[in-house]
Structures are given as structure tokens and as C-alpha cells.
Design a protein around this ligand. Structure first.
Ligand code: IMP
Length: 430
């Protein structure tokens, strides 16, 4: 059984939660390795819709171990809420099936305050963040003034770390951002209480995962956001602040890259993006609106309408190159029903010249002109199809062309949000 990394191959919201939920049936452990509650993974089981922000999507499989790695950033208040909601919905989330790395960093109220104040100060230059404090917490981690989960669960360490960092953060908030200072006693009291409640989940995740691998267990590493939001390889500065690519699975959990066997990239049959930043295949007319409505393209975390566009196979090739994507799980093909013509982007032109590789700057990306091929669409509702042969010929042609121009084979095609609306083309886990 392989150890597999599942990542978003576009700008996030590709439907990773749904795919992880499905294939987690075949693995022993599901481990989140980066991001925080900027993510919103939606899973539909029967009539129930569950949105997870921190917890790995494997938590919905009762016999699996769910792990939050050191690369994740945790908002303890939101995490506790998530755990309580899950338990009231009848899913276990206890110290036996959930482990949290003591090295993970903690999102504090001043991180959120800084994130929100910066975004409103930056006006047109804003990133369009989720406002959850993600940039500032990773910034503190790199600046060596972070608060780790190990500190949160130990009242003395929490007090010492807060004393060491809060004054400086307050100076920044008041003098630079014009905000209100954060009171030590208030947050110490509140956060040490969260620490008490969360202590039982604390774990040395690297040792746990390495021992599990040595004992023949297999792991699904669950990425959040998407390849094009990666801090190094995304459309910087319009990115998130962590390594959302497959490399993050190793640094974000403490296992060696040599233990990873395969990388599954999740991609929508079209493209969406939330927040600011270049998006070459974005559709601005009523077709974009039609995609948004048909696909229910509104953020699971912030409710913001998502920008919509055609599938970008040139960006997909780039995502495959930097992440070693061996398979695509294609989601939401059913949303494309009813389009006369479907466009597929196969390259970019910049100042009249065809580009050989994906641009490394947003300035170039903003100026590119997509090169499209046009494919005949289909009108039928395809959401009931159980096999690829039941799809209209135009849909099969689209899939074949998408594979060809992306250079990556398709592993699954999903045709609706519920667990059964998926067609498997291969068996990766036999
Ligand atoms: P941040 O991660 O909140 O700092 O936001 C940085 C950028 O990443 C913004 O454009 C967000 O909209 C985007 N982003 C963050 N998390 C997600 C996600 O889970 N799905 C899609 N976009 C996201």
C-alpha cells in the first residue's frame, strides 16, 4: 500500500476534502501537514454536510488515526469548536484517534488582528487573505517568536513565551497599524484554558509516523490550499504563507521524502480562485457567473464568491512538475454540463511570444494571454453516470484532451458532492 500525498493542483478549493474522505478508507493514518483554519474542507455524507478547517478529512472514518503535523498552524478556539461539533454529530475526536504535533504553531489573537489590520490598510494592494492570522503566525514562526502547541499546553511555558513576544507585537499593532494593544492577562487566561482542554491530543508526530511506517502502516498526507498558493512556487505575493505543495508533507510532519510513494493532484474540471492575484483563464462575462452558480462556488471558510475560469492545463503541467503529481483526481465535471463550447488553456503568450514555462512573477502572469483550444460541450446531466462509458462522447473527449495537454493521467472523475458520485479509472491501492 503506498504512502500518498494529496494536494490541490490549482488555487485551492478543488475538492480535496471529498477525495481524502473517499480514499482514506484505504489507508491507516491521515495527516494534515500545513495551513490552518484558512482551509475549509467540505464533505457530504448522506444529507449531512461537514466542513473541516483544521482536522484531517480522515476524521470522518471512525477506525482511522488523524494527525495534525508540525507544519499546521492551530487556532485553539476554532479547533475546540470543530472537535465539539464533530462529537455532537456522532464522530469520535478523542485522544485515541486524533494526535496533534507539539511542534505545531498556535494562532494567537494578535495574529488575527495584524492580518485584518494589514489587509484593510493595504486597500487595492491587499492579498485577499482569509483573515485568520495565517501570514502573521507563519511570520512569527520564521522570526523565532512563535508559540508552539507544546507551550500552549503548559501554563508556565505559555506565560514565559507570551511575556517574551507580546510587548513587541503590541508595539507593532499600536504604532504601525494603529490598533489596540492586546492584554496579557486576558489572553493568558483564555489560552491556558484551551491548552488544558487540548493537552490530551499532544504528540511527537514525527516519531509516531515513522514508527507507524516501520510497522507497515500507510499514510495519506493531506495538503490544504493548492499548488499555485504555495509560498515558494505560487503566484507570489498572492499566496498563502506555507508550503502547500508535496514537499510540505515531509517538512510538515517529520517523515523523509523517501517514504512518499505517490502524489495525487486534485483539480476541478475548470478553475477557481478566491482572493486577489493573477488568474489568466478567468471568465468575466455571464459564462463565469454560470459556472459560479452551477458549481456553488462560494468559499467554505469565508463565504466569498470564487472567481471562475477555464481549466488551465499549462498551470497544471507546472503544478505537476514542482510536485511530482502522478495522478489527477478531477472534480465537478458535472458542472460543465450545458456549455456549448468548453475552452482548455494549453499555453500562454506574453508580448506575442509563447512561454516555455510558467512565469515566476505575478507581473508577467498578469500580462499573459492564454492559448485555448475549444471543445464541443454536452447538454446532458451526467451526475448519475457510474462508468466512464456512460458519459457523452464530448465529455470523454474533454477528459482525454485534458489528460493529454496536462501530461498527467486521470485517476478519478467526480460528478457530484456525495460519496458515491465518483468514477474510478484506476486502482492505486491494490
Ligand atoms: P491566507 O492563507 O488567509 O493568508 O490567504 C492568502 C491567500 O490564499 C488568499 O488569496 C486566500 O483567498 C487564499 N486561500 C487561503 N486558504 C485558502 C483555501 O483553503 N482555499 C482557497 N484559497 C485559499
Amino acid at each position: 500500500m503506498p504512502n500518498v500525498v494529496v494536494i490541490g493542483a490549482q488555487w485551492g478549493d478543488e475538492g480535496k476534502g471529498r477525495i481524502v474522505d473517499l480514499i482514506s478508507e484505504k489507508v491507516d493514518i491521515v495527516a494534515r501537514y500545513q495551513g490552518g483554519n484558512n482551509a475549509g474542507h467540505t464533505i457530504v455524507i448522506g444529507d449531512e454536510k461537514i466542513i473541516l478547517h483544521h482536522l484531517p478529512s480522515g476524521i470522518l472514518r471512525k477506525d482511522k488515526l488523524s494527525v495534525i503535523g508540525n507544519g499546521v498552524v492551530i487556532d485553539p478556539k476554532v479547533l475546540l469548536q470543530e472537535i465539539h461539533e464533530l462529537v455532537s454529530a456522532g464522530y469520535p475526536a478523542n485522544e485515541t484517534n486524533l494526535k496533534i504535533s507539539d511542534r505545531a504553531h498556535v494562532i494567537m489573537p494578535y495574529h488575527r488582528a495584524i492580518d485584518l489590520a494589514r489587509e484593510s490598510m493595504n486597500g487595492d494592494g491587499k492579498i485577499g487573505t482569509t483573515g485568520r492570522g495565517i501570514g502573521p503566525v507563519y511570520e512569527d514562526k520564521a522570526a523565532r517568536r512563535g508559540i508552539k502547541f507544546a507551550d500552549l499546553i503548559d501554563a508556565e511555558s505559555l506565560a514565559a513565551r507570551l511575556k517574551a513576544v507580546l510587548e513587541e507585537r503590541n508595539l507593532y499593532i499600536t504604532n504601525v497599524l494603529g490598533g489596540e494593544p492586546i492584554n496579557f492577562d486576558e489572553i493568558y487566561e483564555e489560552y491556558s484554558q484551551y491548552g488544558k482542554e487540548l493537552k490530551k491530543f499532544s504528540c511527537d508526530v514525527s516519531t509516531l509516523l515513522n514508527d507507524s511506517i516501520a510497522n507497515g502502516k500507510n499514510i495519506l498526507f493531506e495538503g490544504a490550499q493548492g499548488a499555485l498558493l504555495d509560498i515558494d512556487f505560487g503566484t507570489y505575493p498572492y499566496v498563502t504563507s506555507s508550503s502547500s505543495g508535496s514537499g510540505g508533507a515531509s517538512t510538515g510532519t517529520g517523515v523523509s521524502p523517501t517514504t512518499i510513494d505517490t502524489v495525487l493532484g486534485i483539480a476541478k474540471a475548470y478553475t477557481t480562485r478566491v482572493g486577489e492575484g493573477p488568474f489568466p483563464t478567468e471568465i468575466f462575462d455571464e459564462l463565469g457567473e454560470k459556472l459560479r452558480e452551477a458549481g456553488g462556488e462560494f468559499g467554505a471558510t469565508t463565504g466569498r464568491p470564487r472567481r471562475c475560469g477555464w481549466f488551465d492545463a499549462f498551470a497544471m503541467r507546472y503544478a505537476a512538475q514542482i510536485n511530482g503529481i502522478s495522478w489527477i483526481a478531477l472534480t465537478k465535471l458535472d458542472v460543465l454540463s450545458g456549455f456549448e463550447v468548453i475552452k482548455l488553456c494549453i499555453g500562454y503568450k506574453h508580448k506575442g511570444n509563447e512561454l516555455l514555462s510558467f512565469p515566476s512573477t505575478y507581473q508577467v502572469l498578469e500580462g499573459v494571454e492564454p492559448i485555448y483550444i475549444e471543445m464541443e460541450g454536452w447538454q446532458e446531466d451526467i451526475s448519475q453516470a457510474k462508468d466512464i462509458s456512460e458519459l457523452p462522447v464530448q465529455a470523454r473527449n474533454y477528459l482525454q484532451k485534458l489528460e493529454e495537454v496536462s501530461g498527467v493521467p486521470i485517476y478519478t472523475v467526480s460528478l457530484g458532492p456525495s460519496r458515491e458520485k465518483i468514477i474510478f479509472l484506476y486502482d492505486l491501492f491494490s
